[in-house]
Design a protein around this ligand. Structure first.
Ligand code: ZN
Length: 295
């Protein structure tokens, strides 16, 4: 985006570096994400929004296009956004066709703030919502859970699926905090767990244990999607939650157990936030270790 912007390319390099340093990289299968087709973006977004992003993509050498005060496009942003959404689509096919057990999509830009008709908060297209809509449509799934532990509320995902009871959204986030959204919990559909500034692992785990897990057990998701943001880490200065690597490993394990019980093990995790490179890369490593069954 701009020099010093937290949503930077180094985030993905730090993750790759950590996975290589910890000797996990060679045990993973790697895929290059294709660009999402426009018609698949339109399952989650309005034609107006898709046109707005495509039509304002700057030509080489031209000034950045400002989507909101913190979200800019350069000449490469549209391509990156299409590949971020395309990663989720590819992961749906790989997981549903049992070519892989589960998938982690190391993508940027993130997606969970992008609403049906509005891009914002470093997000252009809602990667996880585009993937969920595709899985509902192509594989005729009846129940998909989207679990979001990013420190910010996933307003976009909630907006896109607010009237679709095939999708259960379980979210934990610091409150009050950007984007100041999050409706009251609707059992069976939207499970929102706002956490006070300063909350740490015990409060987070209690919310997951008491509010997410019983709902997810009752819902019996056929596929679990994770909006995996790691900016609730104590070292991340984007917000004031105090999670650690072991909290991320713990919640991932809960999702793996649920997926084994109800979803044939099917989990697709997509990177959202997480801006302090060492905390991000260590947290992703722990998350992936559990997805790989190495915990
Ligand atoms: Zn975030």
């Amino acid at each position: 985006m701009t020099e010093g912007h937290p949503e930077e390319a180094q985030r993905l390099l730090a993750i790759q570096d950590q996975l290589q340093a910890q000797q996990l990289w060679d045990f993973l299968e790697h895929y290059e994400a294709p660009r999402a087709e426009q018609k698949l973006l339109l399952n989650a977004h309005s034609r107006r929004l898709v046109d707005h992003i495509f039509n304002n993509s700057p030509l080489p050498g031209k000034p950045l296009f400002h989507v909101d005060p913190d979200t800019f496009m350069n000449e490469h942003s549209l391509d990156a956004a299409l590949r971020a959404a395309g990663a989720g689509l590819m992961a749906v096919d790989l997981v549903m066709e049992k070519k892989v057990d589960n998938a982690f999509c190391a993508v940027r830009p993130p997606g969970h703030h992008a609403e049906h008709d509005n891009a914002m908060g470093f997000c252009f297209f809602n990667n996880i919502a585009v993937a969920a809509a595709y899985a509902l449509d192509k594989y005729e799934l009846k129940r998909i859970a989207i679990v979001d532990f990013d420190v910010h509320h996933g307003n976009g995902t909630e907006d896109i699926f607010e009237n679709d009871s095939r999708v259960m959204i379980c979210s934990s986030y610091e409150n009050p905090l950007y984007p100041f959204s999050g409706r009251p919990t609707e059992p069976g559909h939207i499970i929102n767990c706002p956490l006070k500034s300063g909350s740490a692992g015990p409060e987070f785990r209690m919310a997951v244990q008491k509010e997410w897990l019983p709902e997810l057990e009752a819902f019996k998701p056929q596929l679990i999607l994770i909006s995996a943001g790691f900016d609730a880490h104590w070292a991340d200065d984007m917000a004031q939650l105090q999670l650690t690597e072991s909290d991320y490993a713990w919640v991932t394990k809960k999702m793996v157990q649920l997926a084994e019980k109800y979803s044939q093990g099917r989990i697709i995790s997509m990177l959202e936030g997480g801006y302090v490179l060492d905390a991000l890369s260590r947290s992703v490593e722990q998350h992936i270790r559990v997805l790989m069954g190495l915990d």
